[in-house]
Structure formats: C-alpha cells, structure tokens
Design a protein around this ligand. Sequence first.
Ligand SMILES: CC(C)(COP(=O)(O)OP(=O)(O)OC[C@H]1O[C@@H](n2cnc3c(N)ncnc32)[C@H](O)[C@@H]1OP(=O)(O)O)[C@@H](O)C(=O)NCCC(=O)NCCS
Length: 174
Amino acid sequence: MSDGIEVRRLGASELSAQLDALARVLHDCVAGGASVSYLAPFSLEQARAAFAGFAAEVAQGRRLLLAAYSDGELVGTVQVILALPPNQPHRGEIAKLLVHRSARNRGVAQLLMDAAEDEARAEGKTLLVLDAVTGDAAERLYSRLGWTKVGVSPGYALYPDGRPCSTTVFWKAL
Ligand SMILES: CC(C)(COP(=O)(O)OP(=O)(O)OC[C@H]1O[C@@H](n2cnc3c(N)ncnc32)[C@H](O)[C@@H]1OP(=O)(O)O)[C@@H](O)C(=O)NCCC(=O)NCCS
C-alpha cells in the first residue's frame, strides 16, 4: 500500500468478479486514444470480452494479472504472460498496463510494474520483455524503471483512430 494505492494479484475467481471494473479501465484507455490492440469504436462489452479471455488464461496459469485499487476502486491493471514456447521458460511478457485516466500521474503504473516484476520473479522468470508506443508516457515509465531499450519498429501498430504509431521494444533482467 502506498499513498492510498493498493496493488494485488487477482486469482481466477476474484478476476471473474472484477470483469466489469477491468473492462471500464480498458474502455477508458482506448477512449483516451491508447494503442493497446483495439480500434475505435470499442464498446464496454468488447472490453469485458477481452478480459474474459484473459481471465480464462489466468485460470489456466498461462498469465497472471494484477490490479491497483485507489480507495477500494479498481483504477489500473497489468498482466504478465507466463506461457511461452518450450525454449523460453525463463521469459515473461508484460501486457496491458492500463491506468484509468482519472488515476494517472500518481505512480499507479510504477506500483503495478514493481509488483508485476515481483510476481514474475516468484514464478521463476528471469527475463521480461515488453513493447510500448514510441514517445508515449509508457515509454518514459519503462526507461525510468530501468528497462533497456532494444529499438524502434516504425509504424508497427495503429492508434484507435487508425493512425499508425511506432513501437519501442524493451527488456529487463530480473
Ligand atoms: C502509461 C500509463 C500506464 C502510465 O500510468 P500512470 O499511473 O499515470 O503512470 P505513473 O503515475 O507511474 O507515471 C506517469 C507520470 O506521472 C509522474 N508521477 C508519478 N507519481 C507522481 C506523483 N505522485 N505526483 C506527480 N507526478 C507523478 C511520473 O513521473 C510520470 O511522469 P512523465 O509521464 O512525465 O514521465 C497510462 O498513461 C496509461 O494507462 N496509458 C494508456 C495505456 C497505455 O498506453 N499503456 C501502456 C501500454 S505499453
């Protein structure tokens, strides 16, 4: 707990109970223009379906999911993909770091990332990788948290409105 923010890992049943709250965070991020896999128009129902899919993978132990709460309200989340090819058992991938716009610039993402690293380490992971939109707040965050920048893939993905964005790939040894 720090500054009224609590981060905890959600098990499969707790995650199922939090699908609406997680969907609200994803929906808000896409509405705010974040390039996190989805294009506009993107509904709350689509966001809920996305998290229902992640929940199924959490139930299978294929990924882990953390949630951040501010005064009891779910305001942020991050995932670690654990299930990777047989020759990469030591590696994990950070995915879907999302903080509701109303809770930004208070260190929520930093707390989520610190906890994600701890959980990945506890799962036996020694290497994490991720990618981020080049030039966005997330890229600054990962640089600040000691991630090493590999490089930039120009025009790798699209913003929700269809404009192209470049992607920066990072790694971090645990
Ligand atoms: C990227 C994202 C997760 C960051 O979330 P966040 O909780 O706002 O992140 P933090 O608060 O840890 O850091 C954000 C900024 O607030 C600043 N900050 C942190 N704590 C602060 C505090 N207590 N007071 C003032 N500023 C603070 C940080 O220094 C940072 O500044 P910078 O952007 O100028 O570098 C969020 O913007 C988001 O959800 N974006 C949309 C989805 C997305 O792009 N996800 C990343 C996918 S790779």
